[in-house]
Design a protein around this ligand. Structure first.
Ligand SMILES: [Zn+2]
Length: 252
């Protein structure tokens, strides 16, 4: 048994027995980990109030390779993200990020880069909630790049011609130009020149410039494309609950 000290983001906590909680965390040093916080729901527990989703904490836990749930020894709160957000609707995209961490990251793996991406994204979302959708898109693009799936849509996947707009085929994960679009199966996402331009801006870290030429519909399409791209390349079938609710609200 060894002690691990690491910064982490709390993903969720579930009640366990009378007074304890099992907490899923995304740890900078060890990826997604489950820890048991013994007595966490007692009034006088030193853990109380620290184990809420979005909290940025520093934890110390006992690690044993043969155990699925590790034992929490200490937790300190560094920052509570979104604590002042009045509206649950506004938290749907941040919750989507927590879902990404749970589903798409490797348990036990060192995750410094992703961790930094998450805390940076949360900070930006808090500061400028009106830009939340675009920061989410930026998160998706960077998340994909860090995992080695850089997005480059310059040429048609069939004829090689340069594209100014493209059809993204959900089955084979390729991009097609107008002339070759007859090859595209039923399921595709059409990426018009605005969406391609937005992707280019994201890749250059110029997210602030995107609202000048993209409307809300373009941004939703951009996000949908990025989510499908990640699902395709990670080979994970996903049904992100938070995003589903989010896009339903937007369409209503
Ligand atoms: Zn073509």
């Amino acid at each position: 048994m060894s002690l691990v000290k690491t910064e982490a983001i709390v993903l969720r906590a579930i009640s366990y027995h009378e007074t304890s909680s099992i907490v899923r965390i995304f740890a900078e040093k060890s990826g997604v980990v489950s820890v048991i916080a013994k007595g966490a729901r007692r009034l006088k527990s030193p853990f109380r109030g620290y184990l809420e989703p979005f909290n940025h904490v520093e934890v110390i836990y006992y690690y044993k390779a043969t155990r699925e749930v590790q034992t929490l020894a200490n937790v300190e709160l560094l920052r509570a993200y979104f604590a002042d957000f009045p509206d649950v609707d506004k938290l749907l995209l941040p919750y989507s990020i927590l879902e990404y961490l749970e589903k798409f990251t490797v348990p036990g793996a060192e995750s410094r880069e992703i961790f930094k991406l998450v805390t940076t994204t949360f900070k930006l979302m808090e500061e400028r909630p009106e830009m939340m959708e675009l920061y989410f898109a930026q998160f998706l693009l960077d998340f994909s790049s860090i995992h080695g799936y850089r997005i480059s849509i310059t040429n048609c996947g069939n004829c090689g011609k340069q594209v100014r707009r493209a059809y993204y085929d959900l089955k084979d994960g390729k991009f097609y130009c107008d002339e070759c679009s007859y090859l595209v199966e039923k399921s595709f996402i059409f990426l018009d020149s605005n969406v391609l331009r937005a992707l280019d801006y994201l890749a250059r870290g110029e997210v602030e410039g995107i609202p000048k030429f993209c409307n809300e519909k373009d941004v939703i399409r951009l996000i949908e494309f990025l989510m499908r791209w990640i699902a395709f390349h990670f080979g994970v079938k996903m049904e992100l609950k938070s995003f589903k609710v989010f896009s339903m609200i937007k369409r209503a």
